[in-house]
Design a protein around this ligand. Structure first.
Ligand code: NAD
Ligand code: ZN
Length: 238
């Protein structure tokens, strides 16, 4: 692995336009479980699949179940960025990383100081009313019940649920960023969600790097593949 890491170190320090594409594995080291990893939510027992409980179908037909799962499992108070988030923010400050594209909805990249963050699936901090479109913040909604607007309408979190389309603007920007990158580092994602993995098709640069604990279906395409904790890898990058 040390050989791979020194190769990665060389690539990072000789790139001008790195893009990082990440997923839930970026935040497990902050204590937020992923979906498909060993301790992920898919390996815990629920009456319904997490995919259903985070779907637009469930939101519209059984908002009580939706919000129970959402408030229990998708919102983590008092979480802090970890070394991965800070290292990426630092590479951006050094002018060699142009953007972080994330499937995460936890806002930790911005908290660590990253500026150019594209959230493919939105984030958990904002909501809007299904009836009148009024905006709400996570802090001012009642989590003990289905959150409602002052007009009586149900609030919907501003995240992309299963069965919904991604925001076109975000999607277009992500494609643009990937297509002009010289190095694409993909980390902490199983690459099983199509919105993220399809971005790999737009990469024309020299170095595709995949860092993930488990194997991914795209490992064969990468110049460097490291199956290790992202934090352990990034802390060795100088
Ligand atoms: P996933 O759960 O499908 O895959 C996560 C991958 O990260 C796994 O393959 C696992 O082996 C790897 N991993 C876990 N910890 C790691 C670490 N420390 N270092 C390196 N690899 C590690 O996640 P996904 O591909 O992002 O797709 C899940 C979907 O669920 C996304 O759409 C995302 O919106 C959502 N989600 C978000 C959060 C969050 O915001 N933190 C958490 C869970 C799920
Ligand atoms: Zn309203």
């Amino acid at each position: 692995m040390d050989k791979e890491i020194s190769k990665l170190n060389f690539i990072i320090n000789n790139s001008k336009n790195i893009v990082f594409l990440g997923g839930a594995g970026v935040s497990t080291e902050s204590g937020i479980p992923d979906f498909r990893g060993k301790d992920g939510l898919y390996n815990q027992k629920y009456d319904y699949s997490p995919e259903y409980m985070l779907s637009i179908d469930c939101f519209l037909n059984d908002p009580e179940l939706f919000y129970k799962f959402y408030f229990d499992k998708m919102i983590y108070d008092d979480v802090k960025p970890n070394i991965i988030h800070y290292k990426l923010a630092d590479l951006e400050k050094r002018g060699i990383l142009s953007s972080v594209i994330t499937q995460n909805i936890d806002g930790l990249h911005q908290m660590a100081g990253s500026k150019n963050v594209l959230e493919l699936h939105g984030n958990v901090y904002s909501f809007h009313c299904m009836k009148c479109n009024k905006k709400y913040n996570l802090q001012n909604i009642n989590r003990s019940d289905i959150p409602k607007c002052s007009c009586g309408g149900i609030l919907k979190p501003d995240i992309v649920l299963y069965g919904e389309m991604m925001d076109e603007n975000v999607s277009r920007k992500a494609i643009y960023e990937v297509s002009k990158a010289d190095t694409l580092i993909v980390g902490g994602t199983s690459l099983l969600v199509n919105t993220a993995s399809s971005l790999l098709n737009y990469f024309n640069g020299d170095n595709l790097v995949i860092i993930n604990l488990d194997k991914t279906p795209f490992d064969f395409r990468a110049n460097i593949v490291i199956h290790e904790k992202l934090g352990n890898v990034l802390k060795k990058i100088k």
